[in-house]
Design a binder for this molecule. Sequence first.
Ligand SMILES: C[S@@+](CC[C@H](N)C(=O)[O-])C[C@H]1O[C@@H](n2cnc3c(N)ncnc32)[C@H](O)[C@@H]1O
Length: 217
Amino acid sequence: MIGTSDEDVQLANKLVDPAAENNKQPILNVLTQILPDDNPSYMVLELASGTGQHITYFAEHFPLIQFQPSDIEPQYLQSIRAHIREYEINAFTQNCLQPITIDLRAPPTPHKQVDCVYTANLTQIVPLEITRNLFSFAEKILRKNGFLIIYGPFAKDGHITPESNRKFNEYLQKHDERWGLKDINELTSLATKHQLQLRQIFDMPANNKILWFIKID
Ligand SMILES: C[S@@+](CC[C@H](N)C(=O)[O-])C[C@H]1O[C@@H](n2cnc3c(N)ncnc32)[C@H](O)[C@@H]1O
């Protein structure tokens, strides 16, 4: 019998991106070096969550901290709900909240603060102006000593390496000339304007990086 319950319908909205499947473990390996694992009031806000694969995977591996996903696309918000539903079936805790809409074209004024803002694969698919909004939003929403963690491919000192990232950059800029890999130097100076200091850069598989910023004031 074909199931048609609300739950079946909800789970059918689940999207799975192979890239997110591949990179979730390497990213988790870095997060385990950075995030606390035993602070139930610790809140991680994910921006541009996409399918919801990352956040539910992290929630599963950090059962004692809280995760808040967000996105702008209805299909992704539904997929995140489906991933949360599936995760909760066997979860030890219900530590992944239902997704909210946060649009970095016009970020909301935060009414509560969080400990960590995490985003992956966003900065290369948006204009620099949206990346600026990301830093200014992070400044407002992060507690003192909070973290901004950005995963993706980046340029450095005006250069993009290797060839595969240059090709990716060309592909993105053909779609929209304001898109493309952002330069770590530019991001670091932007961060400084928003009380965020670059603490560490982690080299990741497939020529990606994690930039770890700390809110200093
Ligand atoms: C390439 S996907 C990355 C998804 C996920 N973070 C991952 O790494 O698999 C880019 C995401 O950015 C979201 N996005 C695009 N523009 C945005 C905006 N202005 N504000 C917030 N999210 C946005 C899209 O809806 C999409 O989920």
